[in-house]
Design a protein around this ligand. Sequence first.
Ligand SMILES: Nc1ncnc2c1ncn2[C@@H]1O[C@H](COP(=O)(O)OP(=O)(O)OP(=O)(O)O)[C@@H](O)[C@H]1O
Ligand SMILES: [Mg+2]
Length: 332
Amino acid sequence: MAIKDPLSSENLLLSIKDLDIYLKKKHSQVNLVNSVNLRVNHSEVFCIVGESGCGKSITALSVLRLLPKNLTASGSILYHPVSSNLLTLPEQELLKVRGKEISMIFQEPMTSLNPVFTIGYQIEEVLRLHEGLSKREARQRATELLQSVKIPEAHLRIKDYPHQLSGGMRQRVMIAMAIACNPRLLIADEPTTALDVTVQAEILDMLLEIQATRGMSILLITHDLAVVEETAQRVAVMYAGRVVEMADRKGLFENPRHPYTIGLFNSLPGRGKKRLNPIPGTVPSPEELPRGCKFSTRCSMKLKECEFREPELKDTGENHLSRCIRADELKG
Ligand SMILES: Nc1ncnc2c1ncn2[C@@H]1O[C@H](COP(=O)(O)OP(=O)(O)OP(=O)(O)O)[C@@H](O)[C@H]1O
Ligand SMILES: [Mg+2]
């Protein structure tokens, strides 16, 4: 059987094109995300990885038009099953997509769960709103959903209030709510960062199991390369509001082709290393980005011209993109 081309158009679920995000100020605007292009295929886990402040969350939020009011997005975000640009879709149409076709979970479940309602009630509300289920049907489905996210004694837990559950259990409830309407795409923004390591692993495993059985896609946001290694089919590495590298997981892990990605790998613990090698310096603020390559202020491979001209994101072969003029030297 011929191997399906991962980038063929029939696999397309979501494509983000030339996404820019600006912070509006009184007399100016600050560019926070610059010309981001990426695509999520059907039934794949696509990861966005990068250090704090690089624009992962606002990129994800713009997909469902959930950006804070002081930020604006331009470009297009095409959701292929309904052939719509989510950035310009009328609010009424967007409501049909949000939660039903595409849903989202966040790092801290307490900010998304309502403390004054039981978790059962909150899941049932989603089902009644989007699926038009009766009260009894919704209760039945909510219990099944809690079982599917491996909450023990689901029929009892359904009557609990959020504060009665542990952080890990609350995150499972959030996932149950997010998958209640069988979305084609789940956006998960650091879904396990607030949890301890063993719970993190359990939740990721469960997410992957759900993803595989339902054929759902996940756009997973993380700052943690270990999470990427566990989950991703394809990966975009972001730095200072830009995609600096994009590849399938194997390509990225076996042969990173941007000095920033290599820096991220070197700063990882483990793998027989005696000490960590963090990337020197700090991420520049969006208001004070260097003129050329945005990573040039921290890059050990920098050349003179990197200070003046920002490289384009280019294919270096095998659909492996890098925004570095020395990418070919890094090719293994
Ligand atoms: N509402 C806002 N007003 C002003 N600036 C904002 C706002 N939201 C985000 N930013 C800025 O946009 C940039 C990207 O933020 P974003 O939250 O997407 O980062 P991130 O990659 O998700 O980081 P983290 O890993 O810490 O979650 C940061 O410089 C941040 O300070
Ligand atoms: Mg974030």
